[in-house]
Design a protein around this ligand. Structure first.
Ligand code: PEP
Ligand code: MG
Length: 560
């Protein structure tokens, strides 16, 4: 038996075979061929297979998301057999005697550059398409699995690290748990694991060896323990823990249908964070009151090209109608920093967390923002929608974003398309600037939702992605908590509600503090709803308030 210690970031015990994440090879071999006919035939076979795969993907997309979504894959299939593209590859093979991989790779680079240099935004976006199609053909030529899990049974997935775009594309039914070499607890991959209710452990370094692939591993996401080939005693102990968790869950299930009210009668709304309309099932199963944060960027991460209005409309409509009239707060696109998307063609930045991200991208590229806001307002006719803007630092940004809402409402009215005229518009408070001017911002919007992941990162000048900074990244720091209290007070003085949608909202060590400052809503992963309800129902704010507020202010006895 081998024992490995990592950091648990999503609770639960899981047992299954260890599987190493397969990433498509990024290096392309280059050599001279003598039999150019055979090499051309290799290319043609790979091209044909790619076209068949794309056809299948188009059908899947049509069934799940409609014709518009299918069109993307159909366009890719057409691109794979485009005559110019094919001819350039053929010349590289027959005249330059290049191997098929190098011929495809060079042609992709040449076509992508040509598209990227065009003036028209539509053609510029084709640069990502040609890279994507060529990547698929290259994957077939090199025999590399295109990222993901190629296993007939569910596995414990191990990876060096997983980008959010890789995580969203995984087949979740194949994954029992995650282990990563690096990563951090507040990275989006850890957040996704919690949302999906999958146990996850990060920061194991090089402890997992390739020869362990296929061996049975047991992981405990609550304490970061990993057992490879566990002996009988350890195995039995872990299985008992799994049983205990099931019993604990049964007890928590008894809280379903009960209100989130403290012993002294104070209520708080407990909502959920989701990344896709499919997560609504878990929201309802855990009896949450609504969705406090729908990270809409995961829709974009799941696509190979800008999702159009129709595709987004269907996704938002599904979430809203499945929630059956309960509130759904949808956050507008929040990409940049760790959430990078190839087809946005964003330039590399020295400091991406401080760069062109979230609302900044939307305000700089209004055509993208316009599409999303139209899809949102159209979907508002199917449930109770609220819209929220991320990464705000100034009042003017909020005003400009709200102008887009007004423009869209006018357009829809003129087009006779129904929408809800009372959609609430709010902002995330996740920068120190927004917290400090929250008195001004509160006059512009209907609600605040505090993003404590970024608020901690920016307040403490500490990268949320960097696991080596673990002990410096302290969301309990009085600097963060004082800001939260300031935001809460400013919201209430101005008659608007305030919630917390960062990971801190589920931290039971701070529930008394949040209740004491009067937070109105806590938005957490679906699995955290019932434990949080239990904590709220056990609390008497009259008893805990004084100490909770003193701790929050970081009095002289608190270690900072
Ligand atoms: C946050 O920053 O706390 C937040 C909720 O947004 P995200 O984690 O997606 O950046
Ligand atoms: Mg954030």
């Amino acid at each position: 038996m081998i024992t490995i210690q990592g950091k648990g970031v999503s609770t639960g015990v899981a047992l299954g075979p260890l599987y190493f994440y397969q990433r498509a090879k990024s290096t392309v071999s280059r050599y001279t061929v003598t039999d150019t006919d055979a090499e051309w035939a290799r290319f043609k076979a790979a091209q044909e297979k790619a076209i068949v795969e794309l056809g299948e993907l188009a059908e899947k997309a049509r069934a799940e998301a409609g014709d518009e979504a299918a069109m993307l894959f159909e366009t890719h299939a057409m691109m794979a057999e485009d005559l110019d593209y094919e001819e350039t590859i053929q010349n590289a093979i027959t005249e330059n005697k290049l191997n098929a991989e190098a011929a495809v790779s060079d042609t992709a680079a040449q076509f992508a550059e040509m598209f990227a240099s065009m003036d028209d935004a539509y053609f510029q976006a084709r640069a990502a398409d040609v890279k994507d199609v060529s990547g698929r053909i290259l994957g077939i030529l090199t025999g590399a699995v295109q990222g993901g899990v190629d296993s007939p049974v569910p596995v414990i997935l191990a990876a060096d690290d997983l980008a959010p775009s890789e995580t969203v594309q995984l087949d979740k039914s194949k994954i029992l748990g995650f282990i990563t070499e690096g990563g951090s607890g507040s990275s989006h991959t850890a957040i996704l694991a919690r949302t999906m209710g999958i146990p996850a452990i990060i920061g194991v370094g090089g402890a997992l060896k390739p020869e362990m692939a296929g061996h049975e591993v047991i992981i405990d996401g609550s304490n970061g323990n990993i057992l490879v080939d566990a002996d009988e005693a350890a195995r039995t102990k872990m299985l008992q823990k799994m049983e205990e968790q099931k019993k604990m869950q049964a007890l928590l299930d008894e809280l379903k249908g009960k209100p989130n009210v403290t012993k002294d009668g104070q209520s708080v709304r407990i909502y959920c964070n989701i990344g896709s309309p499919d997560d609504v099932a878990a929201v309802l199963k855990n009896d949450a009151g609504g969705v406090g944060l729908f990270r809409s960027e995961f829709l974009y991460l799941n696509c190979d090209d800008y999702p159009d209005e129709e595709y987004q409309f269907e996704a938002y409509k599904k979430a809203l109608s499945d929630m059956g009239g309960r509130e759904v707060v949808i956050r507008t696109l929040d990409i940049g920093a760790d959430k990078q998307i190839g087809y946005f063609n964003l330039p590399n930045e020295e400091n991406p967390a401080l760069g062109n991200r979230a609302l900044r991208i939307c305000l700089n590229r209004p055509e993208i923002f316009h599409t999303q806001i139209r899809a949102l307002y159209r979907a508002s006719a199917f449930g109770k929608l609220s819209i929220m803007f991320p990464m705000v630092t100034s009042v003017w940004e909020v005003r400009e974003a709200k102008k887009m809402c007004e423009r869209v409402k006018k357009e829809l009215t003129a087009e006779g398309i129904p929408f809800d005229n009372d959609v609430e518009v709010g902002i995330m408070i996740e920068t120190p600037a927004a917290a400090i001017i929250s008195d001004r911002l509160a006059k512009e919007v209907d609600f605040f939702s505090c993003g404590t992941n970024d608020l901690t990162q920016y307040t403490l000048a500490c990268d949320r992605q960097n696991n080596d900074l673990g002990r410096f990244f302290n969301p309990h720091h009085p600097a963060v908590l004082r800001l939260l209290k300031m935001v809460c007070d400013n919201a209430h003085k101005n008659g608007i509600w305030v919630g917390i949608c960062g990971e801190l909202g589920a931290d039971l060590a701070l529930t008394e503090t949040f209740l004491s400052i009067g937070i109105d809503e806590l938005s957490v992963s679906p699995r955290s709803v019932l434990p949080l309800r239990q904590k709220v129902r056990e609390t008497d704010v009259r008893v805990v308030r004084e100490k909770a507020l003193a701790d929050l202010m970081g009095d002289a006895n608190t270690e900072i």
